[in-house]
Design a protein around this ligand. Sequence first.
Ligand SMILES: [Zn+2]
Length: 334
Amino acid sequence: MLKNRPENNPTSSPESSEKLHYAIGLDLGGTNLKGGLVDSSGHLHIALTEPAPRNPSDFTAVTGPFLKKLGANHEIGAIGIGCKGVVDPKTTKVMFSPGDLKQLEGHSLREMMGVGAAGKSVHTDNDARTALIAEWLWGAAKGCQDVLMLTLGTGIGGAMLVQGQIMRGSHGAAGHIGHMTINPYGPMCICGNYGCIETVFSARSIEAEAYSARHRRVQSVLTDRAHASDCSQVFQAAAESDEVAAWIIDRAVMHLGAALASLVHLVDPEMIILGGQIAEAGPQLIEPLRVELHRRTRFIIGTDIPIVLPRIPSHAGVIGAAGLAFLETGIVQG
Ligand SMILES: [Zn+2]
């Protein structure tokens, strides 16, 4: 068990009298690169944000000053990076990252950081895994052994903790829950597969359904608006009993419930954590999802699996990336 982990919230001041260690956490998403100085109790001391670099030379240019500022007043032994897509934890190479970070594919994050990372141990992983690490070390999943985490946003990210181990798989791709096939005849996904859960439950797919309804000119507030609705507006319209919006959300939730039922039968987790912008819908999402999941797992599992929101309030990506560095260097144990 972790010795220097406090029982309190990670944003509160650490109470442990044991020596604190410091790591830099970097969270590389499609829009922003976030960085933070984090101590071994999960406490964030400094946070920085810049637009995400789109190519290797920009990455070097942005991370250089980042590392200098974050490490100015503390001894930094390790750097952790959470990155969207598939990253090789051994080489720190970005293997597959479609979309905004495409130009970083094939490049080592450690090497791109240049002299700023010299003498420090650098650890990388997928950003959904680092989000789960934050919750495992300091948040909702503290002390757990078997946990599923989904980040519900533009797409779906996923990570799995199984028998106390973060699952990476033989190609670094384990836990890409968004690319579970939910309908073999479904539409093509960004990953090249067809009918992935991400094609029916994600901000993009919900917005695409809303656009489709609008294009068919069906009677709905989604059609009446001057501009196309974003995902949160579709949820809002569903909560206000708009029939089309409610149909879109009910259908998406049913599909997510079916996907979770498959995962629950596979992993048998203690809890499921839902992060990302769509999870901010809270009970409007979680309650029908709980009913759908229970209905589909009632015989073999036979009990409600808690579906909870993340407990790390903000900068979870940065805190989780630093958590990865602490785990990999043995400073903190899960
Ligand atoms: Zn896919």
